[in-house]
Design a protein around this ligand. Structure first.
Ligand SMILES: Cc1cc2nc3c(=O)[nH]c(=O)nc-3n(C[C@H](O)[C@H](O)[C@H](O)COP(=O)(O)OP(=O)(O)OC[C@H]3O[C@@H](n4cnc5c(N)ncnc54)[C@H](O)[C@@H]3O)c2cc1C
Length: 513
């Protein structure tokens, strides 16, 4: 069997990467050793940036229709509500999706899998990667199929989306350094009879544990995530559900009746990332490259964005537009992101669950009463929402980012969200290509594209002329015409205060060399 890319693993990372390859018309093979997509609720928090990515392939609305939107968070201390944060307001005007969507991983994976099948492809289930070799010409991989036969696949590239215990990572000899949290986490998908409304996330703040309730679609359905205290000395395999329920009731100090348990799991949490995201023609994406605490619902969303970053670079190479050098930028951009992610999730976890006496006091006495007000302050909103929703991830340090002029939005930033005459700018950006946007202030001559841009580049660059409205000028910090070259993942590659096609060509020469 011959293909361009082998995707190992059909969890959310592998499935979302396959969807991107369909979008870019890159041939691939995807397989997984398990039997089917997960039936469990597992990762439930889908962030705004993931929805923006899905909007480009027409999947965002389907996913939203399957999920619940948590409109606010209630903070509970010793069984009493001590504060509320309104989420709806937090991301207003920053994304078309100013919320966290709560949707079960099983339903999420089904939407991706249905898209793959609707486009004439399929996952080879019960198929396991046994070994692989690579050289300058490509990859040779041996797989064991569902009927226990061994087959060889030849490909140009291989992406290991094979989870935290990644066989691909081990075979490549990459390191996965970090640490393991002492305490045990639990997760339970349950039905609860209690006094609280279903439109809100509930966080019980206590001295030394984490406990949160997320509303799920379905009457009285909730996802509970929590930790046992550090002194709880049992192995994850030895814990009964009854012990989890006992811990929940102790920490919540609430009158709650758990009437049904649909699924539960107890696990140890690691915080680790790989030392490199690639080795030769092989890449890692998702949990195979980074794992961390579930605080902030970031893991699955990060894996989806790994693939989004990689797919267009592989596409350019297969189109013979770029040399393989561009693949170095996958490691450059996603490793920096993984390092930042681990620092943020560790800090956030400490804030919500550390037994440190000062943090515990802040959490239980000060935070609940100031949170509602603090999160209504514009500067706080603009700090918090981009970080949690992942719209604030940037590649400003990347060798692919070039800013020419003075702007408040810089090369390496995601294309900011705004509307033009009542329509989202993202509506213009669905095509899997580069997008050259010129914002024209009406003075001098409008842009006159050289023939090269309208002919030779037409297959991989779309051209957009837009008026420089005041709100756009304010977002970018620009007071005259300017131009932006967006990469196919809607990050700004080049931004210039001069409308200069020669400069755009120079940028392409750099990217494509
Ligand atoms: C309780 C809990 C709650 C979470 N909540 C959130 C959340 O709200 N939001 C969020 O973003 N993240 C969350 N996460 C993290 C999220 O679940 C993971 O980051 C995500 O599932 C990783 O996806 P993946 O596709 O990279 O890996 P996985 O889901 O682990 O998939 C890897 C796949 O590779 C297959 N595989 C492995 N080896 C081979 C092989 N040799 N050959 C073939 N196939 C192979 C496996 O069978 C598996 O299907 C949560 C995690 C947990 C445990």
């Amino acid at each position: 069997m011959k293909t361009n890319v082998i995707i190992v693993g059909a969890g959310p990372t592998g499935l979302a990467l396959a969807c991107q390859f369909i979008r870019f018309r890159v041939d691939f093979v995807i397989f997984d050793k398990k039997e089917a997509i997960t039936p469990h609720s597992k990762a439930i928090g889908v962030q705004a940036r993931t929805l923006e990515i899905y909007e480009q392939i027409g999947l965002a609305d389907d996913l939203i229709a399957q999920g619940a939107i948590a409109e606010k968070a209630r903070m509970i201390v010793s069984g009493e509500v001590r504060g509320e944060i309104e989420f709806g307001e937090l991301g207003k005007d920053l994304s078309p999706y100013p919320f966290v969507l709560i949707v079960e991983q099983g339903k999420h994976e089904k939407i991706l899998y249905d898209f793959i099948k609707a486009n004439g492809k399929d996952v080879q289930w019960q198929t396991e990667l046994i070994d692989f070799t690579q050289d300058d010409g490509g990859i040779k991989a041996n797989i064991k199929t569902a009927n226990s036969e061994t087959e060889e696949i030849e490909a140009k590239f291989l992406v290991g989306c094979d989870g935290a215990k990644s066989f691909v990572r081990h075979a490549l000899g990459l390191k996965f350094e970090g640490s393991t949290f002492e305490r045990l986490f639990y997760v339970a998908d349950v039905e609860i009879d209690w006094k609280f409304s279903h439109d809100s996330l509930h966080v019980c703040l206590s001295k030394n544990t984490l406990l949160a309730f997320f509303p799920m679609v379905g009457e009285n359905r909730w996802r509970i995530v929590g930790t046992f205290p550090e002194e709880f000395a049992k192995d994850e395999g030895d814990i009964l559900y009854e012990e989890i329920e006992e811990q929940i009731k102790k920490d919540a100090e609430l009158n709650l009746d758990i009437t049904k348990v649909n699924w539960f799991s107890v696990y140890k949490v690691h915080t680790r990332h790989v030392n490199r995201f690639s080795e030769g023609r092989c890449f890692l994406a998702g949990d195979s490259a980074h794992i961390h605490t579930p605080a902030g619902a970031q893991g699955m969303n990060t894996g989806i964005q790994d693939g989004y970053n990689l797919a267009w670079k592989i596409w350019l190479i297969l189109q013979a537009k770029a040399s393989e050098k561009i693949l170095e930028t996958y490691n450059e951009e996603r490793l920096e992101n993984a390092e930042n992610l681990l620092k943020t999730t560790d800090r956030f976890f400490n804030l919500v669950a550390s037994p440190d006496i000062f943090l515990a006091y802040f959490r239980t006495h000060i935070f609940p009463s100031i949170a509602g007000f603090a999160f209504s302050i514009d500067a706080v909103k603009k700090f918090v929402f981009p970080r949690v929703s992942q719209i604030g991830i940037n590649y400003r340090h990347s060798s692919l980012s070039e800013t020419d002029g003075s702007f408040s939005v810089r090369a390496g930033d995601r294309m900011p969200y705004f509307e033009v005459e009542g329509i989202s700018i993202y509506n213009e950006l669905h095509e899997p290509k580069f997008h050259l946007l010129t914002f024209f202030d009406g003075s001098g001559n409008p842009p006159d594209y050289p023939e090269k841009f309208t002919n030779e580049y037409a297959d991989f660059v779309d051209l957009h002329d837009l008026p420089l409205y005041l709100h756009i000028a304010n977002i970018f910090g620009a007071n005259k015409s300017f131009m932006i070259l967006l990469r196919p993942d809607n990050y700004i590659g080049f931004i210039s205060s001069e409308i200069s096609f020669a400069k755009v060509e120079n940028y392409f020469a750099k990217v494509f060399k």
